[in-house]
Structure formats: structure tokens, C-alpha cells
Design a protein around this ligand. Structure first.
Ligand SMILES: Nc1ncnc2c1ncn2[C@@H]1O[C@H](COP(=O)(O)OP(=O)(O)OP(=O)(O)O)[C@@H](O)[C@H]1O
Ligand SMILES: [Mg+2]
Length: 414
């Protein structure tokens, strides 16, 4: 279904993000693209979704060559970017409708698909609330739903559950499974969550430094490691370093197949777990090695990752909740509380009223979702001619920096 032949990408800055990536994804499979930060996952997905050009190499999706027919590829695929692609100032229903319009679907079909998707993702109840009032999990569900309005055959998900809490993550996994099982959708999903790759993907590809290191089913990859592991955790990486000479002696122990040092940890891969554990404990004791904790485990996907990349993903600090730009902006002290007028309260009262008030106050209106919808031509409502700031910004006449400056001046004036 998806074929990549020696894809390489070097950005103008000189960063070599991908190197000779060759892959084949079968129809109807969920493929997990596993890699740490900066490994090249998003770059690959951007190329496959025709948003970025490879420096060299070729690819095809459903037999379509992007050079001859990029539009056809875009009709065949759905794409959920790493950063949320939904519009916070529209409702869920409006976001879906807008997407249908962008794909030039006929209006009756849009209405039908919007309802289907709201049902599929259990979003009916909040469908008429503004997205800025949604939880992170709900926003991500809507984000995926918007990528499905045109019924794509292939879905690209770039870190679909990044920053979500474990419960929301589980819920989202169910939806992804449903798309694959009920609709036979081929899914190409990047992630750096081991559990996500293991639970969802039929096959996994590990990418590191722009290179594909290994590919296979989670079971096959784990069985190739073929070993139990004993993990010694030292107080600190420095303490482990200080005793490096003694730790290195374990390289010569016959009961150890492989020894890996990773920051403050020493991992020993062994064949006969129980016997090896007793011997290793007795040897660390005899060598007077400082150990904080010892754990024993069967081979995991993290062991596979560690073997092929030299790094562990499990110890990685969780990324902070990815917040929408307007929240970060608000926190940075700009705009004061003005952003709140874009949120609806529990009763559904919100921006329209505030915007009207704002208009009578100073003769201009920052934002109204109705204006925005009107300018997209979806509802047929008249656009508000006296909303130059928002309208200009949307139409690209204002840059984000100019908009921020405008807010800053406005706040000072208050
Ligand atoms: N537009 C760009 N211009 C220059 N360099 C870029 C650009 N986009 C990505 N890179 C670089 O290319 C490399 C791969 O980045 P990419 O975003 O593909 O990684 P990733 O695996 O998606 O990482 P993450 O898990 O952090 O999202 C990184 O070194 C990154 O800094
Ligand atoms: Mg990325």
C-alpha cells in the first residue's frame, strides 16, 4: 500500500533528517514508526503526505506516484499532524464541516459524514461547543475525525496520543483499532510510546538518526533479543562511572550474553534468568558495587529499542502536555484575560455576546466564530464587516507577530 524507496531528506539548514529509508507497508496493517525525539518520524510523514519533498528517493501510495499525481495522493490519505490541526475557535461540528468543504465534498454528503464521525468518536454531546472548551483527549479525537471526512484509505497519525493522560490514551487506542478493524484502513502511526507501538501495531519499524534500524512484529523483535534481563540501577550515572572498571568485569561472566550501560543503569541480558540473577547478585556483592535497586524482566520492546539505538525510551521524561498556542500565549502574559472571551461557559454563552460588547466598546470586534464561519462560506451567515483585525489575520494580511503586537498595544491602552 505504501512503498518507500531510499528516501532521504536534508533540510536547507544542513540537517540530514532521513537517510535511504526503504519500507513497505501492507494494505490494512497498522504500522508503528518508533523513534525518539528528532529521529525523523515527522519528516517521513510530511514527505509521505506530500507536505515536504524528499531530497532523493521515491515513494508511492496505493500505486500513485506523488510526482505525477499529488492531488490523488491527498484524496487517498488522511493526516493527523503532531500539532493539533483543529481550529479552537470553531465548534466540533464546524471543524468537521470546514474540512468537508476543503475537500469539495457536496453539502448533503458533508452533513451525513459529519454526523457519522460525531457518532463514531462519541462527540455528539459536545459537537456544538467551541473546541477551546474540549479536553485534550476530545480535541485529539476531533483531530482524527477531521482527517476522515473524505474517507481516506490510508491514515497517517503523527504521535496521536502525545501529551494525553493514560486513560485518554487507552480510549484513543480503541478508536484507532476500530478504524483499522471495521473499515480496513491502513494506518501509519509514529510514536515514542513503547506500549502504544506494542499494543496497536502489527509491525514496528525503529528509526534513529534518520535511519531505519530494524523492522518486524513486536513478538519477533522481542524474541530475537531472546533473553531475560537483569537491571541494576545505581544512585547516579556518575556513581556508575566511578565504578566502571568493576562493572566492565561482567563482560567476561559466562552467564551474561550482553551487557549494556545506560546512564545510571546496567542491564545484563542472560539466558537462564533465575540462576543468572543469583550469580549476578552475589558477584555485585563480592565486587562491592553500589546498587540502589535490582529488577528482573523478560525481554521488552525497550530492550529491542536499546539494542538498535543504544538508548532507552522508557526512562525518557514525558513530554509536557502540549498546549494550544493561545494558552501558551496567554500564560506568557500577553493579551491578559482577553482570550477568555473566546471560550463558551457551561451554558453555551460565549464569544458572540462578548464580541458584540467589545464592538460597542471600542468600535471593533476581535473575534466571533460566526464571522469566521461566514467567511468560509459554510453557513451563509453574513460576515461582520466591522471585524478587520480578525478577518485580516485569517486572510493572511496580518502575521502572528503583528497580531500579538496589536494585542500588546490594546492591553497597554486598558
Ligand atoms: N523544517 C526543518 N528545518 C530544519 N530541520 C528540521 C526541520 N524539521 C525537522 N528538522 C530536523 O530534522 C530532524 C528530524 O526531525 P523530525 O521532526 O522529523 O523528528 P521526529 O522524529 O518527528 O521528532 P519528535 O519526536 O521530536 O517529533 C531533527 O534533527 C530536526 O531538528
Ligand atoms: Mg515529530
Amino acid at each position: 500500500m505504501i512503498q518507500l524507496e531510499k528516501l532521504s531528506k536534508t533540510y536547507a539548514s544542513g540537517v540530514e533528517a532521513l537517510r535511504d529509508l526503504s519500507l513497505e507497508i501492507m494494505e490494512g496493517e497498522i504500522f508503528g514508526f518508533l523513534g525518539s525525539n528528532g529521529a525523523g518520524k515527522s519528516t517521513t510523514i510530511k514527505i509521505l503526505t506530500t507536505l515536504s519533498r524528499p531530497t532523493s528517493g521515491t515513494f508511492s501510495i496505493a500505486g500513485i506516484d506523488p510526482q505525477n499525481n499529488p492531488t490523488k495522493i491527498r484524496e487517498t490519505i488522511g493526516y493527523v499532524a503532531q500539532e493539533a490541526g483543529v481550529d479552537y475557535f470553531l465548534t466540533g461540528r464546524e471543524n468537521l464541516t470546514l474540512q468537508g468543504r476543503l475537500y469539495h465534498l457536496p453539502k448533503p454528503l458533508i452533513l451525513q459524514r459529519v454526523e457519522e464521525l460525531l457518532d463514531l468518536f462519541d462527540l455528539q454531546e459536545v459537537s456544538d461547543s467551541m473546541v477551546s472548551t474540549y479536553s485534550g483527549g476530545m480535541q485529539r479525537k476531533l483531530d482524527i475525525a477531521t482527517s476522515l471526512v473524505h474517507h481516506p484509505k490510508v491514515l497517517f497519525l503523527d504521535e496521536p496520543t502525545l501529551g494525553l493522560d493514560p486513560r485518554s490514551r487507552l480510549i484513543l487506542w480503541d478508536y484507532i483499532r476500530k478504524l483499522n478493524q471495521n473499515f480496513g484502513m491502513t494506518i501509519f502511526m509514529s510514536t515514542h510510546y513503547l506500549e502504544e507501538a506494542e499494543k496497536l501495531a502489527g509491525r514496528i519499524g525503529i528509526i534513529d538518526g534518520g535511519e531505519l534500524k530494524v523492522i518486524g512484529t513486536p513478538e519477533k523483535l522481542k524474541s530475537e533479543i531472546g533473553a531475560d534481563s537483569i537491571n541494576f540501577v545505581c544512585e547516579s550515572a556518575q556513581r556508575r562511572e566511578e565504578q566502571a572498571e568493576k562493572w566492565n568485569l561482567f563482560k567476561f561472566k559466562p552467564y551474561i550474553d550482553r551487557l549494556v550501560f545506560d546512564r545510571n543503569e546496567v542491564r545484563m541480558y542472560v539466558r537462564n534468568g533465575k540462576d543468572a540473577l543469583l550469580k549476578a547478585m552475589s558477584d555485585t556483592d563480592a565486587l562491592k558495587l553500589d546498587v540502589e535497586t535490582i529488577s528482573f524482566s523478560r525481554a521488552s520492546l525497550d530492550d529491542v529499542f536499546l539494542k538498535y539505538t543504544g538508548k532507552s525510551l522508557e526512562n525518557k521524561k514525558e513530554e509536557s502536555e502540549s498546549e494550544p498556542w493561545w494558552k501558551k500565549w496567554q500564560k506568557s502574559g500577553q493579551g491578559n484575560d482577553d482570550w477568555k472571551k473566546w471560550q463558551k461557559d457551561e451554558k453555551g454563552n460565549g464569544p458572540e455576546k462578548e464580541a458584540e460588547e467589545s464592538q460597542t466598546e471600542n468600535g471593533s470586534c476581535e473575534s466571533s466564530q460566526k464571522d469566521k464561519i461566514a467567511s468560509s462560506g459554510i453557513t451563509g451567515t453574513e460576515g461582520n464587516a466591522s471585524s478587520p483585525e480578525w478577518g485580516d489575520w485569517k486572510s493572511g494580511k496580518w502575521t502572528e507577530a503583528e497580531m500579538k503586537q496589536w494585542w500588546a498595544n490594546k492591553s497597554k491602552a486598558k
